[in-house]
Design a protein around this ligand. Sequence first.
Ligand code: ATP
Ligand code: MG
Length: 383
Amino acid sequence: MPLPAGRGAQVIHPRDCCVMSSSPASKLSDGASENRARRILDNLYTAVLSCDQGARVIMANPAAELLFGLSANHMLHRPLLELFGSDRLAFAPVAKALGSGQPVTAHGIRLTVAPDTPIIVDYTVTPLVRWNGVERLILELRRVDRFLRLAREETLVDSHTANRAVIRGLAHEIKNPLGGLRGAAQLLDRELPDRRQRDYTRIIIYEADRLRNLVDRMMGSRRPLRPKPVNIHQVLEHVRKLMLVEAREGLTIERDYDPSLPDLKGDREQLIQAVLNVVRNAVEAMDGRGRIRFRSRVERFLTIAQIPHRHVIRVDIEDNGPGIPVELQEQIFYPMVTQRAEGAGLGLAITQDIVAKHGGLIEFNSVPGCTCFSLYLPITEPV
Ligand SMILES: Nc1ncnc2c1ncn2[C@@H]1O[C@H](COP(=O)(O)OP(=O)(O)OP(=O)(O)O)[C@@H](O)[C@H]1O
Ligand SMILES: [Mg+2]
């Protein structure tokens, strides 16, 4: 697959930047203005394409390269229809704008981009008209599926926050009588003369301890965050080493890190716990044998829990295990939801709690052969 060129690729021609201006008076003619226009295009979050009257691409900005997963060089001179996966339905608004000479906005358009990835976009196509008809087309595309998915996740986070408050209250109520129960069993244990009878009191003490541990885990860490600059790669490397020591042969953990990521402000120990829970699940699901991949990237302009952030770190933990059963997927972050006989069903609830305390979000996608959990952790103050 051709790789997208980096930001500032030279294939954005200044003449196309001129096309961006709406009035002839504001045409950017001198070099400085052209550079300025190019810089603006380079830094736009919106994908922008310019096409000739035959709907062939003549300009693509870096955001368009990212959206289509193609370098601008690969898009240049290609028919837009082809770029849209030859999907006539997706292309219809362009045809309409070409025919009418009027701008058209389309919502929820499904496109398949490289490499075979379905995405949903909103796009506006604006024809630039001269006396002899449409001269050029400007397309502004915005990917919306990610936002739809994140919005759904946010609703989940809200309901989980409420659930966790109930669980914490309940857990508190269980712990008090449990302490009394254990104390009484201990006293009885000392009084009982018969060894066989003491076996029963020990079972009471053992089970009371087990229940207390479970309740403690359910309540999650009540230790406040101790935020310090944390390098997320150090967190991932720590977990990686730990898992490789624990695991049998046959487990590989690959790394695909963006080395330019800055530190985030967080609690290293708790972040290790959050990542470890996800990785452990992957190892358990694969029965200790398989491939896990850690990926780190930066996401720009992401809104989490209604707070917009300029930069957010995304950590993907991907495995090639059997996948999460569809019927479990909706409840996966709820406490006590488990498929494992020895599982408490608390790992993901705890991870979600920790990520939320860092102002972040966790989501996942799972099909047999590929499960990917993504942790979004803000690195900058809200914008
Ligand atoms: N990568 C994965 N692949 C397949 N199933 C998964 C994966 N991650 C989680 N699951 C499913 O989600 C369930 C819930 O996970 P969670 O970590 O919350 O609890 P648990 O692992 O069962 O128990 P605990 O973590 O408390 O020991 C698991 O039992 C498993 O069925
Ligand atoms: Mg688990």
